[in-house]
Design a protein around this ligand. Structure first.
Ligand code: NAD
Length: 277
């Protein structure tokens, strides 16, 4: 797995395992396979839920009910169980972990220290904080390397995570704020979409049309920020004609404390993530 190779060359023969074959594992496996980064036959997933395993089987992956089998077969193991299941799973698999297996945890709030301390000394760990839009290949993830993981490991995980959205690297100390921003953020956007649609309905639009317009408007605005590279303030200025409708609405949002409400939302979610971690 040398750096400087193309992404597909980096991952071509890699054996990937998932412990836990729920929603996130399914989304990741789909992304890895459809992007051509990992062969379906090189994936093994374990779960005790047959319906979840069937979804992985339908993708062409191998499945098992034995977590240890996943670890035996894989170069990279994704821990995709709920946070409180991570420790028991690590204790279960630790005795058979090979020295060259890379562990990738996506469990919210589970620290690198607690993962490393439950695995043989020196085991390479990468922690990732993804978000729900990963389920529709529009996720935003931040990864952080454990004490012995290499730059090649983070490059590999970044390449894989990029198949289900964007992936950035940052310090573990960022992850509570990442949880407060992109982890919880989809819910803020859902509330905004619902409220904008309510506004449209109040002004006489049919509900279905209002909802579609609200969702597409947030999607389009987000794409403009990401694709033009322009500051959102500049984009806002560009749609506010003097004496026009949009500046009227912006003034109303400012009076209602719209910016402050969002800043506070990120802050309280960050504090909550810290308290839970
Ligand atoms: P999920 O409940 O859909 O999947 C978890 C799976 O683990 C289930 O299918 C369950 O049957 C299986 N499982 C339970 N005990 C097990 C065991 N002992 N061995 C093997 N499998 C077992 O959950 P999810 O939404 O896919 O979340 C997985 C992880 O991803 C969580 O730790 C969560 O914090 C993290 N995460 C999820 C999201 C999200 O948007 N869903 C976002 C950020 C982080």
């Amino acid at each position: 797995m040398a750096t400087g190779l193309s992404k597909s060359a980096i991952t071509e023969n890699i054996m990937v395992g998932f412990i836990g074959a729920g929603r996130m594992a399914q989304a990741m496996a789909k992304g890895f396979i459809s992007s051509g980064l990992v062969r379906a036959g090189n994936i093994t997933a374990s779960d005790n839920n047959q319906q979840c395993l069937q979804i992985l089987q339908d993708l062409g992956a191998n499945t098992t009910r034995k977590n240890q089998e996943v670890v035996t077969k894989s170069d990279l193991v994704v821990l995709a169980v709920k946070p409180h299941i991570v420790q028991p799973v690590l204790r279960e698999v630790a005795p058979i972990v090979k020295s060259d297996t890379l562990f990738v945890s996506i469990a919210a709030g589970v620290t690198i220290e607690s993962i490393e301390s439950n695995l043989p000394a020196g085991t390479r760990v990468v922690r990732v904080m993804p978000n729900t839009p990963a389920l529709v290949s529009a996720g935003a993830s931040v990864l952080t390397k454990g004490t012995t993981a290499s730059d090649t490991d983070s490059e590999l995980v970044k390449a894989l995570l990029s198949s289900i959205g964007i992936c950035e690297e940052g310090s573990e100390s960022y992850l509570d704020a990442v949880t407060g921003l992109s982890g919880s953020g989809p819910a803020y956007a859902f509330v905004a979409i619902e409220a904008m649609a309510d506004g449209g309905v109040k002004q006489g639009l049919p509900r279905e049309l209002a909802l579609k317009l609200a969702a597409q408007t947030l999607l389009g605005a987000a794409k403009m920020v990401l694709e033009t590279g322009k500051h959102p303030g500049q984009l806002k200025d560009e749609v506010c004609s003097p004496g026009g409708t949009t500046i009227e609405a912006i003034a109303s949002l400012e009076k209602s404390g719209f910016r402050g409400a969002l800043i506070d939302a990120v802050e309280v979610a960050t504090l909550r993530a810290h308290a839970l971690g």
